[in-house]
Design a protein around this ligand. Structure first.
Ligand code: KIV
Ligand code: ZN
Length: 512
């Protein structure tokens, strides 16, 4: 009998802490639905006390999700725990995740607490969470740099107070697989009541070792891994869910546990998170990168044709490549369109919303013969962004390019309901367009990144543009897609500007 490895996805919480990756409530719901469909055990939906928007998002995920446990993060403070419990109340099954730092540097410099106060506050927090649920996770933040004997004392005390999952975070990504694995193994061995809790790990990727450290811990007895789709997360990110899950599944000869994930959903989830957050997946990324299963060299191709195991250790279809590529075209009706969206986990509360996306689909199908799932995802993202109560909307765009002549753009925008237009010249049509937009909006933002990717193959593919802008240190990403990449570029820039202008302050969990 194999042990179960619990998959705790924190894309919606730690993933959202990546600079520029903030998501709207609707976007979080779409991701939560996709995670549930993949059979993720626990979805950490957010940090409810951070802002009213975060509270609402966790509450809505709790209302929507029935198959996975929904989790909310709370610092070791009564107000955080009460707020998390309130947001999670509608969930069929929920967990409160509370944390407090235990490393000397965090206790001294950040918390300004002595070790005894830390133990006392951690125990109090777990007991407070116990007023609401038996499903309580405690994380000694920065466990990876904490003193072993102190860590044992804290963990023993919180288990006695009712914690059922003990998460060992390598908060700053400092650990190495061999040592981190040993640390987890020794904790389980030395803490007298360790059998009363599931041991979990949460590794950051600052040295590129998040997946390696997580797997080393699993080999030493951890039975929950906290991870994110595409490895999204604070700074260099978290352990990538797809890599953890596929390693354990592929190396059954080494691991004595397995997850219950439907791995065929992995590529879909990866695309969805990338489209929503505007964080592209690098082509050579394991499992979900465009080249992960591509065989360029002649020798490899020959080998794979003779016997695929010569160069492939996993089957592309087992992680969802080529699956779900049903095609819709200009003759597809509303019902086929709705059904396909539902299969992709997308549904609309109002019929008008579906109608608006359907008419955009028809326009796209006129320009492009075959509309794939990835096109639909981009279309829905675009439409949701366009519908939000945004201050700036693109009304029209005209560009002129000709060899030997400076490109020109004329852009008409609606800004706070008032129509304005501007002309500009630039180094290229995108530059001219951005200059025209900026002359009207005067945001003063700094463009940090501009990139275009094709969503599907072929020259009739939609281009998906990602921009990253920075205003006074705050970074936001914007996304736009269209078969015309200048229009996609304008949409992406406007999307980012709307996020900057509509910004609501939110607290960061790791700030006290
Ligand atoms: O990295 C970290 O320590 C965290 C905790 C809140 C678990 O994200
Ligand atoms: Zn983290």
């Amino acid at each position: 009998m194999q042990d179960k490895l619990i998959i705790f996805d924190t894309t919606l919480r730690d993933g959202e802490q990546s600079p520029g990756a903030s998501m709207t409530k609707d976007e979080k719901l779409r991701i939560a639905k996709a995670l549930e469909k993949m059979h993720v055990d626990i979805i950490e939906a957010g940090f409810p006390i951070a802002s009213p928007g975060d509270f609402e998002a966790v509450k809505s995920v709790s209302e929507l999700i029935t198959e996975s446990t929904v989790c909310g993060l709370a610092r070791a403070l009564n107000k955080d725990i009460d707020c998390a419990a309130e947001a999670l109340k509608p969930a069929k099954s929920f967990r409160i995740h509370t944390f407090l730092a235990t490393s000397p540097i965090h206790m001294r410099e950040k918390l300004r607490m002595d070790p005894e106060q830390v133990i006392e506050n951690a125990v109090k927090a777990v007991k407070r969470a116990g007023k609401y649920t038996d499903n309580i996770e405690f994380s000694p933040e920065d466990a990876g740099r904490s003193e072993f004997d102190f860590l044992c004392r804290v963990i023993e005390a919180v288990i006695n107070a009712g914690a059922t999952t003990i998460n060992i975070p390598d908060t700053v990504g400092y650990n190495l697989p061999q040592y981190f694995g040993e640390l987890v193994g020794k904790l389980i061995e030395n803490i007298p009541n360790s059998d009363k809790a599931v041991f979990s790990v949460h590794c950051h990727n600052d040295l590129g070792l998040a997946v390696g450290n997580s797997l080393a811990a699993v080999l030493n007895g951890a039975r929950q891994v906290e991870c994110t789709i595409n490895g999204l997360g604070e700074r260099a990110g978290n352990a990538a869910l797809e890599e953890v899950v596929m390693t354990v599944r592929t190396r059954k000869d080494v691991f004595t546990c397995d997850t219950k994930l439907d791995t065929r959903q992995i590529v879909h989830c990866s695309r969805l998170v990338s489209t929503i957050t505007g964080f592209p997946v690098q082509p050579n990324k394991a499992i979900v990168g465009a080249n992960a299963f591509a065989h360029e060299s002649g020798i490899h191709q020959d080998g794979v044709l003779k016997s695929r195991e010569t160069y492939e250790i996993m089957r592309a279809e087992d992680v969802g490549w080529n699956a779900n590529r049903m095609v819709l075209g200009k003759h597809s009706g509303r019902n086929a369109f709705r059904t396909r969206l539902e299969e992709l986990g997308i549904s609309f509360e109002k019929e008008e919303e579906l109608n608006a996306v359907f008419s955009q689909f028809k326009e796209l199908a006129d320009k492009k013969h075959e509309v794939y799932d990835d096109d639909l995802q981009a279309l829905v993202s675009d439409s949701i962004q366009g519908n939000a109560d945004e201050r700036i909307k693109l009304i029209s765009l005209k560009v002129g390019t000709e060899t030997g002549i400076k490109p020109k753009a004329r852009v008409t925008l609606s800004i706070d309901g008032e129509q304005k237009h501007a002309d500009a010249e630039g180094g290229g049509p995108v530059d001219a367009t951005y200059k025209a937009i900026e002359s009207m909006v005067r945001s003063g933002c700094n463009l940090q990144l501009y990139s275009v990717n094709n969503i599907t193959d072929g020259t009739d593919s939609q281009g998906e543009v990602t921009v990253r802008i920075d205003k006074g240190g705050r970074i936001v990403n914007g996304l736009g897609s269209d078969t015309d990449i200048v229009i996609a570029s304008a949409k992406a820039y406007i999307n980012a500007l709307n996020k900057v202008l509509g910004h609501n302050e939110r607290a960061h969990p790791q700030q006290v």
